[in-house]
Design a protein around this ligand. Structure first.
Ligand code: BGC
Length: 283
């Protein structure tokens, strides 16, 4: 009779491959897709600095995956001399699961369930690493910017049209957290506290601070972060609102501002692995 242990099906446990923590290349192309512009530059991924001209092309309308991919291909073509056969990283303001974009909060609805990574790869004729825009900004800030060398739990948020979030624990990104869509007092948090809410409702910083306190207070309570980094255009005026926030951890402005998406995308492409759980990078 078979031993009981032989009858119990052994679950297949995915064995993770060792993840390289140093870039496999010195330069990579980073492209950041936004609502109004598509920006790109070749990045020196060891230093986190641009290694080519910075290019920006208006986002096409309608901003479907195919139209956007054509613009991304133009940028790659124009920077091909500096890029050589280096890798390409692209950001998108959407959930990205295994190369498929699964949401479209502030972009064309045709991105929902689109095989976007494949569309980019076909348009560029080369491998593309596709990542959420806030995840890229978070990786850039932790690798080269305001959270450089930070350990423990770091939350990087971008306050813009929406709220983007990157959750990084001891150097490991937990991708696609979408903490801009936490429900607060019956509202989607980004409706309450994104920079676009301040503009739409013509709020002074004095009126905006309680909303930020509500939002960051909720993040503080839920995740017990060791550091919060606040990026997005509004962080240029961080002295008008960050010192007023009462949290259990330091909260600092982002250091890389507009270049964080490009630099983070390039970095993630430079260290890309088959890992679908997260991305590591060298501290
Ligand atoms: C989207 C996120 C994105 C953020 C910042 C949100 O509305 O859901 O995927 O990271 O905006 O662009």
């Amino acid at each position: 009779m078979a031993a009981l242990v032989d009858l119990i099906e052994t679950p297949t446990i995915p064995v993770s491959q060792p993840v390289p923590v140093v870039p496999r290349t010195s330069s990579a192309l980073g492209i950041d897709i936004g609502g109004s512009g598509i920006k790109g530059a070749v990045v020196d991924v060891r230093r986190g600095e641009y290694a080519s001209d910075f290019l920006q092309i208006p986002t096409p309308s309608p901003s479907t995956p195919r139209n956007v991919a054509e613009v991304v291909a133009q940028i790659a073509e124009r920077l091909s001399a500096e890029l050589g056969d280096g890798p390409v990283g692209v950001t998108i303001p959407a959930i990205v699961r295994h190369g498929v974009t699964c949401s479209a909060a502030n972009i064309d609805s045709s991105w929902i369930d689109a095989p976007a990574q494949q569309t980019f790869q076909l348009a560029l004729g080369r491998e593309v690493t596709l990542v959420n825009d806030a995840d890229a900004a978070g990786v850039a800030e932790v690798t080269y910017g305001a959270a450089r060398n930070a350990s423990g739990m770091v939350i990087v948020t971008t306050l813009g049209t929406g709220i983007g979030s990157a959750l990084i624990h001891d150097g490991v990104l937990i991708p696609n957290t979408e903490l801009g869509h936490l429900e607060l007092d019956g509202l989607d948090a980004e409706v309450l506290a994104a920079a676009s809410a301040r503009a739409r409702e013509n709020l002074s910083f004095e009126a905006y601070v309680p909303r930020l306190q509500r939002y960051f207070g909720a993040l503080d309570f839920l995740f017990s972060p060791d550091l919060i980094v606040v990026g997005g255009g509004v962080s240029e005026h961080s002295e008008k609102f960050l010192p007023q926030l009462r949290l259990n951890c330091p909260v600092v402005p982002a250091a890389l501002q507009n270049s964080a998406g490009i630099i983070g995308a390039a970095r993630m492409a430079g260290v890309a692995t088959a890992s679908t759980l997260g991305h590591r990078w060298a501290p």
